[in-house]
Design a protein around this ligand. Structure first.
Ligand SMILES: [Zn+2]
Length: 250
């Protein structure tokens, strides 16, 4: 999609703005292509089109794939540009891509999901150059287990460790509606208990994202998940502008 078509679709969806968060994934596992893009080109294009959209806001973002071995490289890259929003997401774990089957070999669901959550925690202990933790339950989209959803009750310690860091540093937990689409048979469900516990542990910021990749999915299911976020006790959703939280009442 073009930025213009994405922005036009977001307006039709009743959204007040859009953040383009192109992927930056370095050091991919063997046989997997790295995702790279030129932020200068992205930002130039945003500057070119934003004036024709009036009050509708178009922001510059990036989704960086975090891995322990790549953190220094990621920091060097991020230092060269300024973004409104940086999403930190785990796409590769232990040199493997959970999109493919190898990651799940000789692992039961508890091990596979737990290890994924722990890899997020291990990275953010060392890495602070982000605003939002992307799709914490991404792995459940592709996992081959009957247990389809990542639940708070199964991993309370690691969730609390992640919440503590997010709370201390004023960062957001992302609810990514792409995870819950029924495209792989039995889709994972969002465990509302995760949001409730995040709130209870002092978490303030929840970010809502459709991870759209195509115009047809922009803002997908935002109504449904806004209601869930509200039910969990939050009275706003958060996005970041110039790396600072901006709250939208829900
Ligand atoms: Zn992602």
């Amino acid at each position: 999609m073009t930025m213009i078509s994405a922005a036009q679709t977001a307006i039709k969806q009743g959204l007040g703005g859009i953040i383009f968060t192109d992927h930056y994934d370095v050091d991919p596992p063997k046989g997997i292509v790295a995702f790279d893009f030129d932020p200068a080109e992205q930002q130039r294009e945003i500057e070119n089109i934003k004036y024709s959209f009036g009050n509708f806001e178009i922001l510059k973002g990036i989704e960086v794939g975090i891995q322990l071995k790549s953190l220094a490289k990621i920091n060097r890259f991020l230092d060269r540009f300024s973004f409104d929003t940086i999403i930190a997401s785990a796409h590769f774990v232990e040199g493997m891509d959970p999109y493919f089957g190898d990651y799940y070999k000789n692992r039961d669901w508890r091990e596979a999901y737990g290890f994924y959550l722990k890899s997020i925690y291990d990275c953010i202990v060392q890495f602070d150059n982000f605003d939002v933790i992307g799709h914490f339950d991404y792995i459940a989209r592709y996992a081959p287990y009957n247990v389809r959803s990542i639940k708070y009750a199964d991993f309370p310690e690691i969730f609390e460790s992640i919440f503590r860091l997010l709370k201390e540093r004023g960062k957001a937990l992302e609810i990514n509606t792409n995870t819950y689409r029924d495209k792989y048979g039995k889709a994972p469900e969002l465990d509302i208990e995760i949001l409730k516990r995040f709130k209870k542990s002092g978490g303030e910021f929840v970010s809502l994202s459709s991870d759209a990749h195509e115009t047809g999915r922009i803002g997908e299911n935002f109504g449904k998940y806004t209601a869930i976020i509200k039910e969990a006790g939050f009275d706003h959703v958060t996005h970041y502008k110039e790396r600072k939280p901006v709250l939208t009442k829900i």
